[in-house]
Design a protein around this ligand. Structure first.
Ligand SMILES: *[C@@H]1O[C@H](CO)[C@@H](O)[C@H](O)[C@H]1NC(C)=O
Ligand SMILES: *[C@@H]1O[C@H](CO)[C@@H](O)[C@H](O)[C@H]1NC(C)=O
Ligand SMILES: *[C@@H]1O[C@H](CO)[C@@H](O)[C@H](O)[C@H]1NC(C)=O
Ligand SMILES: *[C@@H]1O[C@H](CO)[C@@H](O)[C@H](O)[C@H]1NC(C)=O
Ligand SMILES: *[C@@H]1O[C@H](CO)[C@@H](O)[C@H](O)[C@H]1NC(C)=O
Length: 469
C-alpha cells in the first residue's frame, strides 16, 4: 500500500513539473526507493539512501522523531499543505542536514528567514511551489549555503538582497513567471565582480510573464533600462509596449522593440530633437509644432510608424511629399491643426503603394472648399473611407459658397463645390482679369470707331497717329 502511495505521488509530482517552465530533470518528489523502512506516525516520513535521506509528505516532518541519533544529510518535503512554511523550524529539527528540498507544494510564502546558522546546510531547493516572494536576508545567516535552486515557483520579482549568503555561488531561477520591469529586475544586469547577478546559473533561461509573455528576461530588462536612460534625456514619457523576436528567434540580440513615447502637452514649439531609439509610436499632441521637416532630416524618427500630431499649428504637410517617412507611416493623426489643403496626389500615391497605412485622421482642420482642391480631396476621402477614421469631421471651413460651410467634405456634390461657386466668385482674380480684358477690347473698339468717325468729319488724324513719325 505504501509503495503504491509513493509511486502515485511520484507520478503526480512529475505531472506537476510539467507546469510553468517545468524542471525537466527527475522530479524531487519521485521516490525510487522500493520501500520505506521507518514507519513513524501516519508513516508519511521515511528514509532512503542508507538512512541519509528523509522524505516527508504533507506536514509530517513535525511528527518525525529519530531522537537526533541518525546521520541525516538530506530532507525532502513534498506536498506541503499550508500556504507558508517555517524553514528555520525544519533546520532546527534537523540541524545537521546538508540539503533541504521543498517541492510540489501549494506553499506561497516563507514565514521566516533563517535566523540561526545551520552551518552544514549547503543546498536548498524550493521548486514546484507557488512561492511568490522571498523576504530580504532570507539566507543571510546560512554560512554554508552554496547552491540555491528556486526554479518553477510563482516568483514574479525578487529583491537581490534575498539572494545573499556568505558563500552562495550558484543560484537557479528559471521557470518563474518573472515580471520584466526596470525597477525590480535591473539588478540582474549588474555583472560586476561579486554581484548577485553573476551567480545566477541560468540567466538565459529566465523568461518574462505578462506583459512580455515568454520573452527572455535579460534582454528585455536591458531594453527597458536603456529606454529609461534615453527617456530621461527627454521631456517625454516612454513605454516599451511590445517586444518581438526577429524571425521568431528570441535570443539576446534578436529582439525588436516597440516603444511608445508620449510628448503630449509639453509646450513644444518644435518636434523633439531626441526621442528614444526604437520609438515606433510618438504622441506630440497639444503642442505648438508647425514644422514637420525633422521627420525627414532627423534620424531619430526613422522608426516612428504611428505619429499623433493633434492640436498643433501645422498649416502644411507638403514637405512630407516623397519622403521615406511618408512612404512608410502607419498612423498619421493631424486633427485640430491649421491645414487648409494637402497634397492629394502625393497621398494617393503613398496609400496606393504602401501597405502600411492603417489610419489617417484629418478632422477639425480649416479645410478650404473650392473647385481647385476639393474635388481631388473628395476623391481621396471616398477612395480611402476605411482609412480616414474621422471622415465626417473633415468639413469645409472656408468656402465661396457659404452653404457649404461646416459640411462634411465627403458628402458635398460636385455641383455644390463648383457650379454654385462660380456664380458667386466673379471677383476671383482670373475673373477680374477677364472682365478687365473684355472692357479693354470694348474700349479699344470704341476708340477705333470714334477715331474713324472723327477722321471722316474733321480730316484730323488721331493724336497718337499724328505723333508717330
Ligand atoms: C526516541 O524518543 C522517544 C521518546 O521521546 C522514545 O520513546 C523512543 O524509543 C526513542 N527512539 C529511539 C530510536 O531512540
Ligand atoms: C494544491 O491546491 C490544489 C487546489 O487548489 C489541490 O488540488 C492540491 O491537492 C493541492 N496540493 C497540495 C500538495 O496541497
Ligand atoms: C553592482 O554590484 C556590486 C556588487 O554587489 C555593487 O557593489 C554595485 O554597487 C552594483 N552596481 C550597481 C550599478 O548597482
Ligand atoms: C533599437 O534601435 C537601435 C538603433 O536604431 C537598433 O540598433 C536596435 O537594434 C534597436 N533595438 C531593438 C531591440 O529593436
Ligand atoms: C500622454 O501624456 C499626457 C499628459 O502627460 C496624458 O494626458 C495622455 O493621456 C498621455 N497619452 C497617452 C497616449 O498615453
Amino acid at each position: 500500500m505504501r509503495i503504491l502511495t509513493v509511486a502515485v505521488i511520484g507520478i503526480l509530482c512529475c505531472e506537476y513539473a510539467g507546469g510553468y517552465g517545468g524542471v525537466k530533470e527527475s522530479h524531487p518528489c519521485t521516490v525510487h526507493h522500493p520501500r520505506g523502512r521507518e514507519i513513524v506516525g501516519e508513516d508519511e516520513c521515511f528514509l532512503t539512501d542508507g538512512d541519509q535521506h528523509l522524505w516527508c509528505f504533507g506536514d509530517s516532518y513535525r511528527l518525525w522523531s529519530h531522537n537526533g541519533s541518525i546521520d541525516l544529510r538530506t530532507v525532502t518535503i513534498c506536498n506541503w499543505l499550508h500556504p507558508s512554511i517555517d524553514l528555520q523550524d525544519i533546520v532546527s529539527k534537523f540541524p545537521k542536514i546538508r540539503k533541504l528540498i521543498i517541492a510540489n507544494s501549494n506553499l506561497t510564502t516563507l514565514s521566516k528567514s533563517f535566523s540561526s546558522d545551520a552551518k552544514h546546510l549547503e543546498k536548498i531547493h524550493i521548486t514546484g511551489t507557488r512561492l511568490q516572494g522571498l523576504p530580504r536576508d532570507t539566507f543571510k545567516h546560512l554560512s554554508g549555503l552554496k547552491i540555491l535552486d528556486i526554479r518553477s515557483n510563482a516568483l514574479t520579482e525578487i529583491d537581490p538582497a534575498a539572494l545573499v549568503a556568505p558563500r552562495l555561488q550558484h543560484i537557479l531561477l528559471a521557470g518563474n513567471p518573472w515580471k520584466c520591469e526596470d525597477k525590480t529586475m535591473t539588478w540582474i544586469l549588474n555583472m560586476t565582480h561579486g554581484s548577485v547577478a553573476r551567480k545566477i546559473g541560468d540567466r538565459d533561461k529566465l523568461h518574462c510573464a505578462h506583459p512580455y509573455e515568454g520573452r527572455p528576461l535579460v534582454p528585455v530588462v536591458e531594453i527597458i533600462a536603456t529606454l529609461r536612460e534615453e527617456c530621461s534625456r527627454t521631456v517625454c514619457e516612454c513605454e516599451l509596449v511590445y517586444v518581438v523576436g526577429r524571425l521568431g528567434k528570441q535570443t539576446q540580440r534578436n529582439l525588436i522593440a516597440f516603444v511608445s513615447t508620449n510628448c503630449s502637452h509639453r509646450g513644444l514649439r518644435e518636434m523633439p530633437e531626441f526621442i528614444p531609439a526604437n520609438t515606433t509610436t510618438l504622441w506630440v499632441d497639444g503642442n505648438q509644432i508647425t514644422d514637420l521637416s525633422p521627420l525627414l532630416t532627423n534620424p531619430v524618427y526613422g522608426q516612428v510608424l504611428d505619429l499623433y500630431l493633434d492640436n498643433n499649428g501645422i498649416a502644411s504637410i507638403n514637405q512630407l511629399e516623397g519622403s521615406v517617412w511618408f512612404d512608410n507611416f502607419r498612423v498619421l493623426s493631424l486633427r485640430g491643426n491649421k491645414l487648409t489643403d494637402l497634397p492629394t496626389y502625393a497621398f494617393e500615391n503613398v496609400l496606393l503603394k504602401s501597405g502600411n497605412a492603417v489610419s489617417l485622421y484629418l478632422g477639425d482642420n480649416p479645410w478650404t472648399c473650392d473647385c481647385l482642391f476639393t474635388p481631388g480631396f473628395q476623391d481621396l476621402l471616398r477612395r480611402y473611407t476605411k482609412l480616414v477614421k474621422d471622415i465626417n469631421e473633415i468639413r469645409c471651413h472656408s468656402a465661396k459658397n457659404f452653404e457649404n460651410l461646416d459640411k462634411p467634405i465627403r458628402d458635398l456634390t460636385r455641383t455644390e463645390i463648383c457650379i454654385s461657386e462660380s456664380e458667386t466668385t466673379w471677383l476671383y482674380p482670373l475673373d477680374v482679369l477677364n472682365v478687365f480684358l473684355a472692357s479693354m477690347i470694348i474700349f479699344i473698339l470704341g476708340k477705333l470707331v470714334y477715331d474713324y468717325w472723327s477722321f471722316k468729319r474733321t480730316g484730323k488724324l488721331p493724336w497718337l497717329v499724328a505723333k508717330i513719325p
